[in-house]
Design a binder for this molecule. Structure first.
Ligand code: AMP
Ligand code: GLY
Length: 430
């Protein structure tokens, strides 16, 4: 197969790296790709926000399968556009991508399906008073979210009622996130470890197959301090999430949601990513995403021993999925971010030390936001710049290897969290 991967982040680098090793895949093309992906596939320019342009490129290169990257592309109808030209595209159609595109719609659907999740209500600017009133019914931990897409940054979780009120006003006025925030969702705060379960779906409720669970680190700072980001690191497997928890999430959240979608005439294919919180009352749904998680993909997908090309093609064409299996080793990824991420990342700094880091045993350095300058040197080109990823027999060893390799890389103002997988590694070795 010739596979076209749409996007340019660390997730897409990990997908391309894994596809390049798949027996079913002859050629990997990334659009637009990044300098790291050039080592495993061909990169071609495209406007990822334009589904028709991506579908045209898929025709031009004769792609047998298109793997659609970001939520924005999917919500805009990437899969619909590619399918309309008679090609296979992995991912949900625009209507199914609503699960991530509108949190209010998603919450309504899952409440109807009986999925355990936080109590919530949705409001528009016309009902600011109602929103402020609803906040007072919550129990000390307040969550305010944009209804629409905000690249993982449109959520405020706070114990301060004043801060929650400020967020409501800023969102509804459009000053914080433009139109994405003019409808908002307020939820009760949940407490507990978070879990990301990425499930491969093929349109058949009972055919859905979970990948290995992963844990992501959303805040910029150690010990979960500071603002939310797209994700600062991840690991898999997750010691607190054994097969029993995975089956509970499939039975209480994923399958009921797929059934509720089917009842509305919506068939779901591609990745359904359940973001969960393991509360004292059991796993509860935080959100659904309609694509691979970034950086969870980097620790889940390369771990697969099932052929990724074959798995994605079966999903995209609505066929039974091959058995999903993964290696027994542990994977850890540490995100290296640029100065002032997530508020206003500085770009254009020359990156030193990638080759030395990538030469370490068990280490892969996925590019998330890099570019080449006029001298051909690698420079920072985004908020999240590199994902230093390591695999080893245990989480502790994988973590040490990832941090040793990360220490070889530098640029002015580089940021990283020091506690990725720390608690889990300590728990396993205790
Ligand atoms: P979302 O965009 O819905 O995934 O939210 C982003 C992050 O905000 C989640 O990964 C959680 O860390 C946090 N969060 C969202 N909703 C809640 C909630 N109801 N209770 C506690 N934390 C939450
Ligand atoms: N890492 C969180 C996400 O991909 O949404």
């Amino acid at each position: 197969m010739r596979v076209l991967v749409v996007g340019s982040g660390g997730r897409e680098h990990a997908l391309c790296w894994t596809l390049a090793r798949s027996a079913s895949v002859d050629e990997v093309i990334a659009a637009p790709g990044n300098p790291g992906i050039e080592a495993v596939g061909r990169c071609m320019p495209v406007d990822v926000k334009d589904p028709a342009a991506v579908a045209q490129l898929a025709d031009n290169v004769g792609a047998d399968l298109v793997l659609g990257g970001s939520e924005e592309s999917l919500v805009r109808g990437l899969v619909d556009a590619v399918q309309a030209r008679g090609r296979h595209a992995f991912g949900p159609t625009a209507v199914a991508a609503h699960l991530e595109g509108s949190k209010a719609w998603m919450k309504e659907l899952v409440a109807e399906a009986g999925v355990p999740t936080a109590r919530h209500a949705a409001f528009t600017a016309a009902d600011e008073d109602g929103a402020l009133e609803f906040l007072t019914t919550l129990d000390g931990l307040y969550v305010v979210k944009t209804d629409g897409l905000a690249a993982g940054k449109g959520v405020v979780v706070t114990e301060s009622l004043d801060e929650a009120r400020d967020a409501v006003r800023a969102y509804l006025s459009g000053s914080a996130f433009g139109d994405a925030g003019r409808t908002l969702v307020i939820e009760e705060g949940m407490r507990g470890p978070e879990l990301s379960l990425l499930v491969v779906c093929n349109g058949d409720v009972d055919g859905a197959a979970p990948l290995a669970p992963a844990q992501d680190f959303k805040r910029i700072g150690d010990d979960d301090t500071g603002p939310n980001t797209g994700g600062m690191g991840a690991y898999s497997p997750v010691p607190v999430a054994g097969a029993d928890i995975v089956e509970q999430v499939m039975a209480e959240a994923v399958r009921p949601t797929l059934r509720a979608l089917a009842a509305r005439g919506i068939e779901y294919r591609g990745i359904l990513y359940a973001g969960l919180m393991l509360t004292e009352d059991g796993p509860k749904l935080v959100e659904y995403n309609v694509r691979f998680g970034d950086p969870e993909c980097q620790v889940v997908v390369p771990r697969l021993t099932t052929d990724l090309g074959e798995l994605c093609l079966a999903s995209a064409s609505g066929k039974p999925l091959p058995d999903v299996r993964c290696a027994t080793d542990a994977w850890v990824t540490v995100v290296l971010a640029s100065e002032s991420y997530p508020a206003s990342p500085r770009t254009g700094d020359v990156i030193e030390g990638i080759d030395a880091a990538a030469a370490q045993p068990g280490v892969l350095v996925f590019h998330a936001g890099t570019a080449r300058n006029d001298d051909g040197r690698l420079v920072t080109a985004g908020g999240r710049v590199l994902d230093v990823t390591a695999s080893a027999p245990t989480l502790g060893e994988a973590r040490d290897q990832a941090y040793d390799a990360a220490a070889m890389i530098s640029w002015p103002g580089m940021q990283l969290r020091r506690d990725i997988a720390a608690a889990a590694a300590a728990q396993v070795s205790a």
